[in-house]
Design a protein around this ligand. Structure first.
Ligand SMILES: Nc1ncnc2c1ncn2[C@@H]1O[C@H](COP(=O)(O)OP(=O)(O)OP(=O)(O)O)[C@@H](O)[C@H]1O
Length: 257
């Protein structure tokens, strides 16, 4: 497929509705006077094939938002849907399979296993559940994240940016419905951080993958198609076509300095 055909295919995927959805989600921690409402009636759709950034002041509910979408946290009320699957209706074992097979995760810490090679780290999760990873797909993934020459190296022989690119390949290996990234550039220097962001952008544009990323950095957010802002556990705005300046301005208005 040519690059133009791939972009057209990615746009067609994008038109197919929401990859993930929160419907009136409330999440409270604790009970009684000490209770904290981390999310307060949040409804939001993550469009399929899009790159969405989540921003908000400290304590505004970003991690809780991500954890509810990931099925890592169960909401106190409301529904979380991955495609047509209502996560709240799943038993723990089914939810574990959904988390393993249909969602990819990228964190600030790369969490690679030091005893394993790059190739083994990428294929570990499917191998643990007894699945075979197709050789052609593994080669494509290594190529896509620029790690083909390092496939047999171990994490301690790689830079932070390279380790994060391995973590991205690992997140993509099951061809998940969505990739959730929590501060993926938080531990990286500016240049490696930008490379990781460009990689996310490319993956979304060329393969129609859905990516949702929590970040504190307006420049990082500007790589996304749109930014959703949270404040006090509620949606406080939505900015399509973000630029670093527009994002910083919105954040300043939300009281983040
Ligand atoms: N396990 C928990 N128990 C009690 N309160 C919690 C728990 N997790 C989060 N909270 C509270 O819920 C609110 C939202 O927290 P959350 O971590 O989602 O915010 P955030 O926007 O990700 O913050 P930050 O940018 O500082 O990481 C905060 O007031 C926090 O103290």
């Amino acid at each position: 497929m040519t690059w133009v055909e791939r972009r057209t295919a990615a746009a067609a995927v994008r038109d197919r509705g929401a990859a993930m959805r929160l419907e009136s989600v409330t999440k409270a921690y604790g009970r009684g006077p000490g209770a904290v409402t981390a999310l307060d009636g949040v409804s939001f759709e993550v469009p399929r094939g899009s790159f969405t950034a989540v921003m908000g002041p400290s304590g505004s509910g970003k991690s809780t938002f991500l954890h509810c979408l990931a099925g890592l946290d169960r909401p106190t009320s409301g529904r979380v849907l991955l495609g047509d699957t209502d996560l709240g209706r799943l038993k723990e074992s089914a939810l574990t399979s959904v988390r393993r097979e249909r969602i990819g995760y990228v964190f600030q810490a790369y969490n690679l296993l030091s005893a394993l090679t790059v190739r083994q780290n990428i294929t570990l999760v499917p191998r643990m559940s007894g699945a075979r990873v197709d050789g052609a797909w593994l080669r494509e993934l290594l190529e896509r994240v620029g790690m083909t020459p390092y496939a047999d190296r171990r994490p301690n022989e790689l830079s932070g940016g390279q380790q994060q690119r391995v973590a991205i390949a690992r997140a993509l290996v099951t061809r998940p419905d969505a990739v959730l990234a929590d501060e993926p550039t938080g531990a990286l220097d500016t240049r490696s951080g930008r490379e990781v962001l460009r990689l996310f952008r490319q993956i979304v544009d060329e393969t129609g993958q859905t990516v949702l990323m929590v970040t504190h950095d307006p420049v990082a957010a500007s790589y996304a198609d749109a930014v959703v802002f949270l404040a006090d556990g509620r949606i406080a705005g939505h900015l399509p076509g973000p630029t670093p300046e527009l994002v910083a301005e919105r954040m300043a208005r939300l009281g983040d300095r």
